[in-house]
Design a protein around this ligand. Sequence first.
Ligand code: ADP
Length: 275
Amino acid sequence: MDIKLQQVGFSYAAGTPFEKRALYEVDFKIPTGTYQAIIGHTGSGKSTVLQHFNALLKPTVGEVAIGEFNIKASEKKPKNIKEMRQHVGIVFQFPEHQLFEETVLKDIMFGPINFGVGEDEAKRRAEQLIEQVGLPTSILNKSPFDLSGGQMRRVAIAGVLAMKPDVIVLDEPTAGLDPKGQKEMMDMFYRLHKEEGLTTILVTHSMEDAARYADDIIIMHDGTNVLQGEPRQIFADHLALKKYRLEPPRIVRFQEKVEQLLGKALPKVCLTEEE
Ligand code: ADP
C-alpha cells in the first residue's frame, strides 16, 4: 500500500498554552514495496512523522493516506483506524521492553489472537516467524526473559510481523546492539523486505545503513521534509548534507573513490569496505 502525506502539520498539546509545533507541510509519497530511509538531525521531526504512519498521532493539518485508509485533520473521528493499524507494524526503539508473556510462543501469538486470529493460525505464524527472525523453534517454549538482549529483540519483532503487516516501520532498530548484532539485524530486515515484499521504513541516525539498504531517502529538517532521492544522489549533495548537519557515510565516499579508479559508475551503493 502506498503511503502519502499531504501538507501534514502537527502540534503537540494543540490548543493549550504548551502547544509545540513539531511538523510543518510534510509532503511525501512512499510507493508500495519501497525500502525507505528517513534521516535527519535530532529534533527534526522523524519520530513525530513515524507515529503518523499508524495513527498514533493524527495530523493537526493536512492528510495521511495509508493505502485506501485516510486520516484527515478535518475529521474528528477517522473511521477504520483499528483495521488500518493491522497493515502497519511499528518496531519501536528497544521493542524487547514490551515483552511480557510467560513464553516466547504466547508473546508472538498475543497480537493475532487479540485481533481475532484463531489459535492454530497464530501458532503456525509464530513457528514460521521465529525461523524468519533467525531463532531456533526450540526457543518458543522458553520465557522471553531467559533470552539474550538480541534474541529478545528478535522475538519482539516476530510479534510485530505476526500481524502480517504490509508495511513495517523501524525506529532505530539497532540501538544498543554491538556492531556484529547491528549488521545481523539490518541484514535480517533486508531479507524480510525482499522475501516478503514488505514496504520498509527505516528511521535512523546511521547514514551507513541508509546508504547500504534503502532504495530512497527522505531528509527531515526543522519539522519538514527537505530532500528526497536515491542514496547516491542524496549523499553526492555535499552542500545539502552540510546544511542539514549530516555526515556523508564512509561507504559512499569509499565507493566514489573506487569509481574514480575504475572510471565508471557502479549501480547503487554496492560495495562493502571488506570488498
Ligand atoms: P526526532 O525524532 O527527529 O528527534 P521528534 O519528532 O522527536 O524529532 O521532535 C520534533 C520536535 O517536536 C522537537 O522540537 C521536539 O522537541 C518536539 N517534541 C517531540 N515530542 C514532544 C512531546 N511529547 N511534547 C512536546 N514536544 C515534543
